[in-house]
Design a protein around this ligand. Structure first.
Ligand code: UDP
Length: 231
């Protein structure tokens, strides 16, 4: 199966202890190696929440485009770090960025798809390359371009709820729903365009708790784990 994993920046850091943690990076790399051993092709969309998000510094003079560009560049920093530890494990990788960056391949969906199908771990940084989007939108877009069957999206909670479970005690867990339901009910786990892209391209989205990172295996193999959005 061609799987796209969204790796949030926060997953790569130890709270209150710098932007990146090497032990965590190595653990993430080992779990990805295990997925690879199971025979899957793996693409990874990097987030940057550990470094910078465009919605920070909103009260500053920095424009949204500038702040989003800072966020997109942050995803490439994370990509360089994760690629380094994957290579230390002897795994073949290709790191792409949607924005031009030194020592990183500028994203090209045609070569990236070939690399993915040849079994290389394809790391995707730079988001969509455009401000006003998130790395979730990038995950949906890249999954469609690369022919992925499934997006594994770790979140802060254990799946999808009808309202934010952090602020509503009566929030109901939803184990599975269609793209239409996700769009109609304004489920915020991904934006509406991302849901539309996945619907049109028949890409399943699995939402589950991003910590511990080893949850990726259960998310992939256990239907009763997390929530699924599909056609
Ligand atoms: N970003 C952007 N366009 C994109 C993807 C990301 O402008 O296509 C910027 C945006 O400012 C975002 C930041 O990059 O806040 C980091 O991405 P995200 O917040 O999705 O990272 P995560 O929360 O997954 O670590």
């Amino acid at each position: 199966m061609n799987i796209l994993i969204k790796v949030s920046g926060e997953v790569l850091q130890k709270e209150g202890d710098g932007i990146l943690d090497m032990d965590i990076l190595r653990t993430v790399a080992k779990e990805i190696a295990l997925l690879k051993e199971k025979g899957h092709n793996i693409a990874i969309v990097m987030g940057a929440g550990n470094i910078f998000r465009g919605r920070a510094l909103t009260d500053s003079d920095l424009s949204r485009v500038r702040r989003d560009t800072m966020g997109m560049i942050g995803t490439t920093i994370n990509g360089l770090a994760l690629e380094g530890v994957l290579q230390q494990l002897g795994l073949p990788t290709k790191l792409y960025s949607s924005l031009k960056a030194p020592n990183v391949i500028t994203y090209n969906p045609l070569t990236a798809k070939t690399h993915l199908e040849e079994g290389e771990i394809v790391l995707l940084s730079g988001g969509t390359g455009s401000a006003f989007f998130s790395t979730d939108s990038a995950a949906a877009l890249r999954a469609a371009e690369l022919g992925c069957d499934l997006i594994l999206k770790g979140t802060k909670v254990d799946g999808i709820y009808d309202k934010d479970p952090n602020t509503h005690d009566d929030a109901q867990f939803i184990q599975s729903l269609s793209f239409e339901e996700a769009i109609d009910q304004n489920i915020r786990v991904m934006d509406q365009t991302a849901f539309m892209l996945c619907k049109e391209n028949n890409i399943k989205i699995k939402v589950y708790s991003k910590l511990p990172f080893s949850n990726v295996h259960r998310a992939l193999e256990d239907n009763s784990f997390g929530s699924t959005v599909s056609n």
